[in-house]
Design a protein around this ligand. Structure first.
Ligand code: 5GP
Length: 122
């Protein structure tokens, strides 16, 4: 319920990226960090985030393309390591209220490890 916000502040994800609070980090490089979701919605549920604080996809600019592209290649690498490349998985990026975004720092959900059913549940 934060779609009305006109200004955004760093979230808990920035603290995870800086390792100021604990998280099960599975990957980190100069552009992105990946860590296990604290409330997994599937057997595998990992969040991949740009290290730079970008609140929503609406705030992404051309200069963010390298980091946002990296989300996909890192997702594929992690999926392979998790052993779900061939069985399949889903990548989700939520935006604002109707999209179900709760943490206002762009993140890609990598979910899999079991059949995920229909793409959209209302
Ligand atoms: P959203 O609904 O914004 O797309 O997804 C936010 C996700 O962040 C949720 O799946 C939620 O479980 C996860 N999450 C929220 N706070 C934390 C946290 O402190 N640590 C971790 N690892 N995940 C979190």
């Amino acid at each position: 319920m934060q779609a009305h916000l006109t200004s955004y502040e760093e979230t808990i994800f920035s603290k995870i990226i800086r390792k100021e609070i604990p998280a099960a980090i599975v990957y980190q490089d100069d552009l992105v960090t990946a860590f296990r979701d604290i409330a997994p919605q599937a057997k595998t549920h990992i969040l991949i985030v740009p290290n730079k604080f970008i609140p929503t996809i609406n705030h992404a600019t051309q200069e963010d393309e390298a980091a946002l592209g990296r989300l996909f290649t890192v997702a594929a690498k992690i999926a392979k390591e998790e052993g779900i490349s061939e069985s399949g998985y889903r990548l989700i990026v939520n935006c604002n209220e109707d999209g179900g975004q709760e943490v206002f720092h762009i993140h890609m959900h990598l979910v899999g490890g079991e059949p995920l059913g229909r793409m959209i549940a209302k």
